[in-house]
Ligand binder design. Structure first.
Ligand SMILES: [Zn+2]
Ligand SMILES: [Zn+2]
Length: 416
């Protein structure tokens, strides 16, 4: 008997966590946090001494941010790609910096976890469970996972993108019969525009603003999106100055250490050498004196260096903010996009505001294509999406593909 329990990430994005319990082995897949402002919300708990191994699919905090909890009292084995180890340490350190007061662990537990991390390449075993991993194309180092437990096969997508991007090769999935699939549903109800179209739109906007004497702020997630934008600009031979600031700098330096994780390592390296790297406050004031493009964390304007630039650029009609990530309702980025207001007093901004869909997740068509290509008529759990997206995908799978599909809530379990 195998029991799959949803600890978090059911009809929600954030705090992903899935427990897979076999006859004598228990595995945990991801264990992240959902952030409400600076306040983290955790997955349901599981006694650490019952865990035989943890697999982390990628560094993002909605998959990794709660993991150090287990190292307060125990020392469970944890498996991740070497690049994920470095990026996770960077992101959780930042979380500790912002939210220490609300976290049930400290830097020591993070250190213990990172020391304990076993670096995986492709396939390995946790006791009698065989684990195969595949590139997911979502961020550098992201994987999806196939577990073989006494002949029963369970596939977990993690976050996945099956379209090639400027930074990454497209994600791959297993080509063997499976019994159970756990799949993300982030964009189950929408299709993304063609990537080339987004790239051309970005370049057109940047050229217009700079040639009009303005400056452009691109608030971008430090891991993944920053490097994607750098690569897109280089790929299109963008000729104006590009500046990089905030945590985006440290994340880019880590990612550039792992050529095999990237589609075109040379593209990123040459984009990095062409960019101007901010070293301190004097540099910030200097770059703002001329038209340029500034790429910096955070992606939803929740803090970091982007807030500094925003305060200066918001009142200049020539300047422009280009949001390149999904903006969660309630964040400053979303309010700016919807209402053209910013700051504590929600004042109207004068600068131009744009949004371009540079998603690193599958859209609706790609998700359905994945499900159709899975062999063995698996039952499907649709997770990692809002309620409408998870339920919408489960309904579509039932009606159009004819598989059993569910949109579970945290706390629900399934028996195979
Ligand atoms: Zn992710
Ligand atoms: Zn995620």
């Amino acid at each position: 008997m195998i029991k799959i329990s949803i600890l978090g990430g059911g009809k929600e994005v954030g705090r992903s966590g899935f427990e897979i319990r076999g006859d004598d082995t228990t595995i945990l897949l991801d264990y992240g946090v959902m952030l409400k402002g600076n306040r983290p919300i955790f997955p349901l708990s599981i006694p650490p001494r019952e865990i035989d191994g943890i697999i982390l699919t990628h560094a993002h905090l909605d998959h990794s941010g709660a993991l150090p909890i287990f190292y307060v009292s125990e020392n469970p084995r944890i498996y991740m790609r070497p690049i994920t180890k470095e990026l996770t340490e960077l992101l959780i350190r930042d979380l500790l910096h912002l939210s220490a007061y609300f976290l049930p662990y400290e830097a020591l537990e993070l250190k213990l976890m990172i020391e304990k991390a076993r670096k995986i390449k492709r396939n390995f075993k946790i006791k009698n469970i065989e684990v195969k991993t595949f590139n997911s194309g979502h961020i550098p180092g992201s994987i999806n996972v196939l577990l073989n437990i006494n002949g029963k096969k369970i596939w977990y997508s993690g976050d996945i993108n099956t379209r090639e991007t400027a930074l990454l090769n497209k994600g791959e999935i297993p080509n063997e019969e499976i019994d159970f699939a756990i799949i993300e549903s982030t964009y189950a109800l929408v299709d993304h525009p063609p990537r080339e179209e987004c790239e051309r739109k970005l370049i057109k906007i940047l050229n217009e603003v700079i040639e009009g004497g303005g400056r452009v702020l691109i608030p971008a997630f430090s891991v993944g999106r920053t490097q994607e934008i750098l690569c897109v600009l280089k790929k299109h031979n963008f000729k104006y100055p590009v500046v990089i600031d905030g945590m985006s700098r440290a994340a880019t330096k880590i990612i550039a250490k792992w050529p095999n994780e990237l589609r075109d390592y040379k593209l990123l390296k040459s984009a990095m050498s062409k960019a101007f790297w901010i070293k301190g406050q004097k540099d910030r004031d200097r770059v703002l004196k001329r038209p340029c493009v500034i790429i910096t964390s955070s992606g939803m304007l929740t803090g970091g260096a982007s807030a500094y630039y925003m305060d200066i650029m918001r009142n200049n009609e020539k300047d422009c903010v280009v949001l390149v990530s999904y903006q969660i309702p309630g964040t400053p980025g979303r309010t700016l996009l919807d209402e053209k207001v910013y700051g504590l007093n929600k004042e109207k901004v004068k600068c131009r505001v744009e949004w371009i869909d540079f998603s690193s997740h599958c859209g609706r068509s790609e998700l359905l294509k994945i499900i159709k290509s899975l062999k063995g008529n698996p039952e499907v759990l649709c997770i990692h999406g809002d309620e409408n997206s998870c339920e919408g995908l489960a309904n579509e799978i039932k009606q159009e593909i004819g598989l059993k599909a569910y949109a579970p809530s945290p706390g629900e379990s399934f028996i195979i």
